[in-house]
Ligand binder design. Structure first.
Ligand code: FDA
Length: 401
């Protein structure tokens, strides 16, 4: 059988595109080399899938072409996806402002997509690896481990490089290059940091401890990151290997090897002023007691050990208060690296969007080839934005097929 559309990748973007095109009357086949559709959906959001963010705007995305995502995000918005999951009776919760998660399990989101694909008449072929994509007259042919498929159009929804054990390959980039498209530099993003030497040991001793922080990247030279305000106020988590938690994942999108992190362990508190006041009001208290009222107990104790001091507040000179202000409001640490593709949630960079239509996602001059989702150089912040991009780009492309 020949198909109007072959979608490569049964992930969030591919399934959304397939069901949209199927409802539009297209004969659609989705192929994936994995043994199960939507594996990343199942593992996302700690198994509960942060499936959208009600506050998603183009400002939540990094791309060499920041305007590219505007049109699709405007046409298929978070409330459209919420409407879809509500129609399927999925219970959800708003865990942080705007961030919607399944109340029960990420399986619910996959169930919605697979049910809709079924209703839209979409065929899904799993354990089918795509080896090559070629032009064939006005259409395309797809060479797979299960044979050759002729089709009118190919949609590349192969995702990025994160979590290779889940099926990530970089195959989408190969197809892009084959058809003359550029691929911007890729690197792991939304990824924990690893520390070395004394800081690794200190983080490991605090593994499991979390606190609210404000974090930014310090960069000496002019190297360019994604280029926006480099500052997040979100929780940090100490791990056996270094630092994680939402604040660290967010800032990792800006971090380049060699950069330092500046972490405010007491955001919103001017430690200089607060300690001077405490010294006047309760001079007989120990610093660790004061810290323990503002930070997790284990961290408060460790800070005294790290810096070899636990004085009475009365004994803090102005100079020592200033030093402690530095330790607490401007803790500087240089990560040795990140945990890399093994645990990164997303890929920064990807298929350059300059030669791709932001309306139909078709390649300029080759409308039978399209790219959607994470394979493109469009990367969201943490908090449901990446799935919203998968839904919005999938729908825009599916409607245009
Ligand atoms: P996706 O990677 O989902 O799908 C690509 C598919 O292509 C895969 O099924 C793969 O097997 C297939 N494929 C690759 N090469 C192939 C080939 N040669 N032949 C056939 N098939 C091939 N985002 C968010 O918004 N909220 C969240 O809660 C989370 N949580 C989260 C947790 C973890 C651990 C990770 C790793 C990621 C997240 N994300 C997230 C990010 C989110 O999962 C991601 O942005 C989307 O899944 C991207 O969807 P795509 O469909 O573009 O790619």
């Amino acid at each position: 059988m020949t198909y109007d559309v072959v979608v490569i990748g049964a992930g969030a973007a591919g399934l959304m595109c397939a069901l949209t095109a199927g409802y539009g009357g297209q004969r659609v086949l989705v192929v994936d080399h994995a043994n199960k559709a939507g594996k990343k959906i199942l593992m996302s959001g700690g198994g509960r899938c942060n499936f959208t963010n009600l506050a998603t705007t183009p400002a939540n995305f990094f791309s060499a072409n920041p305007h590219f995502c505007i049109s699709a995000l405007k046409r298929y918005r978070p409330e459209h996806f919420v409407e879809l999951v509500e129609r399927h009776g999925v219970d959800y919760v708003e865990k942080a402002p705007g961030q919607l998660f399944c109340a029960d399990s990420a399986k619910e989101i996959l169930r919605v997509l697979l049910t809709e694909c079924d209703w839209a008449g979409v065929d899904i072929r799993l354990q089918c690896s795509v080896e090559r994509v070629e032009r064939l007259g006005e259409g395309m042919q797809v060479l797979t481990s299960q044979g050759r498929i002729e089709t009118g159009a190919v949609v590349v929804a192969c995702g990025g490089l994160s979590i290779p054990t889940m099926g990530a390959t970089g195959f989408g980039y190969d197809i892009a290059r084959q058809f003359g498209l550029a691929v911007t530099d890729t690197r792991p993003a939304l990824v924990p940091f690893i520390l070395t030497s004394q800081w690794k040991a200190r983080a490991a001793a605090l593994s499991g401890v979390a606190c609210d922080v404000a974090v930014s990247v310090l960069r000496d030279d002019q190297r360019q990151g994604p280029g926006r305000e480099q500052h997040y106020r979100e929780p940090m988590l100490f791990t056996h290997r270094g630092l994680s938690g939402p604040g660290m994942l967010q800032i990792s999108s800006y971090w380049l090897p060699g950069d330092e992190l500046e972490i405010d362990l007491l955001p919103g508190i001017d430690v200089g002023e607060a300690l001077a006041t405490a010294r006047r009001q309760s001079p007989r208290r120990q610093l660790s007691t004061w810290l323990g009222e503002r930070l997790p107990k284990r961290l408060a104790q460790s800070l005294g050990e790290w810096y070899g001091q636990d004085p009475l507040l009365a004994d803090l000179s102005n100079a020592r208060i200033e030093t402690w202000q530095g330790h607490l409001n401007r803790w500087r640490v240089k990560p040795a690296g990140t945990e890399g593709w093994r645990t990164a949630e997303v890929t920064m960079g990807g298929v350059d969007t300059q030669a791709i239509s932001s309306k139909s996602f078709a390649v300029e001059g080759l409308p039978q080839l399209r790219f959607i989702g994470e394979v493109l150089d469009v990367t969201g912040e943490l908090g449901g934005h990446n799935f919203q991009w998968a839904w919005s780009s999938g729908v825009a492309c599916g409607n245009a097929l």
